[in-house]
Write a protein that binds this ligand. Structure first.
Ligand code: N01
Length: 530
């Protein structure tokens, strides 16, 4: 049995950052991951067109200014291969691999109350003994595939966007179908359309999408960012979403129509995911949101030639931004191509898959390749796949009505267990990498404090947890987010409890709360000495 101070589960961005920072602080740390290499979702989401929806300079580690200065991003929105190269570079540069165990799937973890330690068991039966568990399992890493009758009979190839094969998929001369029009479907559609003989996109819900305005990063731009990197990071830490620009502090409703159009045009052409911050109340006020949603609908109309296709592609049933909008490169115009067809599976649902292809209630679509871009069991899927138990209860039971946490970091009854960028934290409502780093820094300070004070176990109090859950819900009700059937509320999986999961108070508010809690001696946690 291997013993360590901290076992981190997950070798993606947040797990690697936890390894580096906790090891630097003098803890014996190991990271464990089921995959055959590091990178988390960036290791597995290799579909064509995969790239980040946050600008590369913001979606990169901030813990090392030397790293910031030496890494050269080639594009404003990095592609998946470039991001994976960056992750590998970081692992080499900071000698992380020696503490990473790959190809090892954790199946259960049991807290030994007498010892104050976690016993973590893998699929192969190995046991790891750790004082602290850090769950860096990702919010979008348990894939979701609809159970369609007949799928096993399909004679073509079936691929999930997040389980993309390592070898290149040849689309040349093929009929390809994509089910799903979230970020993955929206990113891959224009790329596959250029290669496939025929592309059929099966859409259940039309989605908002903002142009990536991607471009190569010039030498001058790179120099400029690097000369002011610290200020850009401060700005990001002080922003609602963790992005490195100053958000507009005015209301959509206070702007004159001409000025509003000018502001929205500028944001549309430059901000990508940050478009939602073009005004301060786009996600807070329905009337403001309606104006902005109409602006986007007009953009779709200007790009899609066929009125019927345009009507289907136009989102109408939820406020803009309440489902995470996609950031695309030529999505709408792709539907003007002769080899691309949009199929509305809301009005004519998929009934089965046969050997030849997909059947809907009114047509058959012969296919060579069927792609599921159907997303994930978000937030809790990867956490609840592992059987965590402590003091006679399991996490699955405790979270049966939805996840409850204190600060998104821990849950009462499960001492010495910490979650990174999970439910109850800004997570997917923010630049996830920045949010992960923010949490890791805070957690490192907590563990250093505990070590110095001879603390054996750290556990949220029931009261602090109750109050945090209330706070998370109150903050969500100040926004429009709860109006959509999104993965933020658990609507993406049938039967999943409908609770609002991320913290919508923003990155800055969350940071202030964390700082405050630390200043008050980690208020809300029981720190028990041995
Ligand atoms: O998944 P999604 P995704 N039958 O859940 C449809 C991040 N990401 O992989 O809306 C038919 O958004 C579903 O339809 P509906 C990013 O945070 C980032 O695209 O449920 N259709 C929807 O259209 C993103 O938000 C990047 O009606 C079904 C789609 O499948 C998150 O990952 C790139 C269905 C799923 O959309 C998830 O994105 C990619 C069914 N049974 C992803 N079930 C970057 O840019 C689901 N759908 C960094």
């Amino acid at each position: 049995m291997e013993r360590m101070d901290v076992l981190v589960i997950g070798a993606g961005f947040s797990g690697l950052r936890a390894l580096h920072s906790l090891r630097e602080a003098g803890f014996a740390v190991k990271v464990i991951d089921a995959a055959d290499d590091i990178g988390g979702v960036w290791h597995t989401n290799r579909y064509p067109g995969a790239r980040c929806d946050v600008e590369s300079y913001d979606y990169s580690y901030m813990f090392s200014s030397a790293l910031e200065q030496e890494w050269r991003w080639s594009e404003r929105y990095a592609t998946q291969p470039e991001i994976l190269r960056y992750i590998h570079h970081v692992a080499e540069r900071f000698d992380l691999r020696r503490d990473i165990i790959l190809d090892t799937c954790v199946t259960s973890a049991q807290f030994d109350d007498a010892l104050g330690r976690w016993m973590v068991t893998t699929e192969r039966g190995e046991v790891y003994d750790a004082q602290y568990l850090v769950l860096a399992v990702g919010q979008l890493s348990t894939t979701k595939r609809p159970c369609i009758p007949g799928i096993a009979c399909f004679e073509g190839r079936v691929i999930h966007s997040a389980e993309w094969p390592r070898d290149e998929v040849d689309f040349e001369g093929k009929s390809v179908g994509i089910i799903g029009t979230g970020s993955s479907g929206v990113q891959m559609t224009p790329v596959i359309a250029q290669k496939a003989r025929r592309l059929t996109v099966f859409q259940r819900t039309a989605n908002f999408s903002i142009p990536a305005a991607n471009a190569p990063v010039s030498e001058e731009e790179d120099r400029k960012v690097k000369a002011n990197y610290a200020a850009r990071r401060r700005q990001a830490l002080d922003s609602p979403s963790g992005l490195g620009f100053v958000p507009n502090g005015t209301s959509v409703l206070d702007a004159a129509p001409d000025e509003r159009t000018e502001v929205l045009e500028a944001a549309w052409n430059r901000l990508g995911f940050g478009f939602a911050l073009a005004y301060k109340d786009i996600l807070l006020n329905q009337a403001s949101n309606d104006i902005v949603a109409d602006f986007i609908r007009a953009k779709i109309a200007a790009q899609v030639d066929d009125p019927a296709t345009c009507a289907l592609l136009t989102p109408t049933c939820f406020p803009f931004g309440t489902k995470r909008p996609s950031v695309d490169s030529g999505y709408w115009a792709t539907f003007n191509r002769d080899n691309v067809e949009l199929v509305d599976i809301r009005s004519a649902p998929i009934t089965k898959v046969s050997a030849q292809g997909v059947h809907t209630s009114n047509a058959v679509y012969p296919l060579d390749i069927l792609i599921f871009a159907t997303g994930f069991d978000a937030f809790t899927g990867s956490l609840l796949r592992i059987e965590f138990s402590a003091r006679g209860s399991t996490l699955k039971d405790k979270w049966a009505a939805g996840p409850v946490t204190y600060l998104g970091l821990g849950t009462e009854g499960f001492p010495n267990m910490f979650v990174l960028v999970g439910p109850g934290s800004p997570s997917l409502l923010s630049n996830v990498l920045l949010s992960a780093e923010q949490q890791v820094d805070w957690l490192r300070d907590l563990l250093v404090h505990a070590r110095a004070a001879g603390v054996a176990t750290i556990e949220p109090t029931a009261k602090a947890e109750r109050e945090w859950v209330i706070h998370v819900n109150e903050r969500s009700r100040e926004t429009l987010y709860p109006k959509a059937a999104s993965y933020y509320v658990g609507a993406e999986v049938e039967g999943k409890p409908r609770v609002f999961m991320p913290y919508s108070g923003g990155v800055r508010a969350y940071r202030r709360i964390l700082e405050d809690v630390a200043r008050r001696g980690y208020e809300g946690f029981h720190l028990r000495t041995a």
